[in-house]
Design a protein. Structure first.
Length: 323
């Protein structure tokens, strides 16, 4: 029924009509807020390229978690920055490691809050790569043992979900096997299934002190040019036992999120990464854009594309707006 009968503007005339026909709704419970935990006490150190985000010691992290919980945010994902890094990433799977102690403290003080742990080695290796270096590159199968050990130690500490972000082949199966053998068959895996080798991770590497000391991550993270390969990665992770599939970054990969949603009958998560956050905050500071509106528009787009779970540094700001 073309014009003049059909007039789509009728349904945009007032805020009430627009609200009535709105298709996509954000909720604080959709969000997961990333936290960077450091050693020490009373530490709250702002991350230069991520205004409003902090490296926090465990005591401060627990206080932050109480606030996050009170805002109705779905959960947190923890990244640990250990005091000592070594070739073997030994801090990653130490039961007394920084993330393991943080999980126990949060679970003690804010038991209702969902705690996800990022499972990777790059914060724990002296060279900053995500696994064991053999002949100048990350060795896949040795790294699987580290990842499985880390996931089990996170589970023992009380994590609710483990989220491997390393992009080794077979990591979901290795982690699933070890969790099951250790009595954690009930613990879900949220796999960073399609994780691209992206320039959008720049600010995070300062936050997590995890920049690779040589080379880059292109031998394990995906080429941004590839979409069909992302479907293969996701199908493999699903077969290996992933419960939730993640796409990362988010806004530059909405097509991947949409294809994943159409193809796989599991929840899809998307990580609005550090560079996505920082570019909005920076442009807003320059007065070039309306930061609040762009925050909500970007989050809405990610959800509209098919992600029911969004990992985002805007979680607190967006949750406050949604109250
Ligand atoms: C580490 C990891 C990274 C991010 C999450 N886990 C960085 C990387 O792969 O270099 C990026 C998060 C962000 O940029 O906000 N495996
Ligand atoms: Zn890593």
């Amino acid at each position: 029924m073309p014009f003049p009968i059909d007039r789509p503007r009728r349904l945009r005339r007032t805020p009430a009509i627009r609200a009535l026909v709105r298709e996509t709704h954000l909720q604080p419970s959709n969000f997961i807020f990333p936290l960077f935990v450091v050693e020490g006490e009373g530490i709250r150190k702002e991350i230069g390229a991520m205004p409003g985000n902090f490296q926090m010691s465990i005591d401060e992290t627990v206080r932050e978690c109480a606030l996050i919980h009170s805002l109705g945010i779905g959960g947190v994902i923890l990244f640990g920055i250990p005091k000592h890094k070594d070739e073997e990433a030994s801090g990653a799977f130490d039961d007394e490691g920084i993330v393991q102690r943080a999980v126990r403290a949060i679970k003690r003080e804010v038991p209702g809050l969902l705690v996800v742990t990022d499972v990777c080695n790059c914060e724990y290796t002296s060279h900053g790569h995500c696994g064991k270096i053999v002949d100048g590159d990350v060795d896949n199968d040795i790294t699987l043992e580290w990842l499985a050990a880390s996931a089990v130690s996170h589970a023992r500490a009380g994590a609710d979900i483990v989220a491997p972000s390393d992009m080794m082949d077979g990591r979901v199966a290795a982690i699933r096997d070890s969790l099951d053998e250790s009595g954690f068959s009930h613990l879900p895996i949220m796999a960073y299934a399609a994780k691209y080798a992206s320039s959008y991770y720049g600010p995070f590497r300062e936050a997590a002190e995890s920049a690779p000391q040589f080379g880059d991550r292109r031998t394990y993270q995906m080429d941004p040019a590839n979409a069909r390969e992302a479907m293969k990665e996701m199908a493999l992770d699903l077969e290996e036992g992933a419960d939730i599939l993640m796409v990362k970054p988010a806004l530059a990969y909405l097509d991947i999120i949409r294809q994943a949603y159409d193809r796989f009958e599991v929840p899809i998560a998307a990580y609005q990464v550090s560079g996505e956050f920082s570019q909005i905050v920076a442009a807003a500071r320059l007065g070039w854009i309306d930061g609040e509106r762009m925050m909500m528009e970007s989050l809405t787009s990610i959800k509209r594309a098919g992600a029911s779970i969004i990992l985002t540094y805007f979680a607190k700001d967006a949750a406050r707006l949604l109250q």
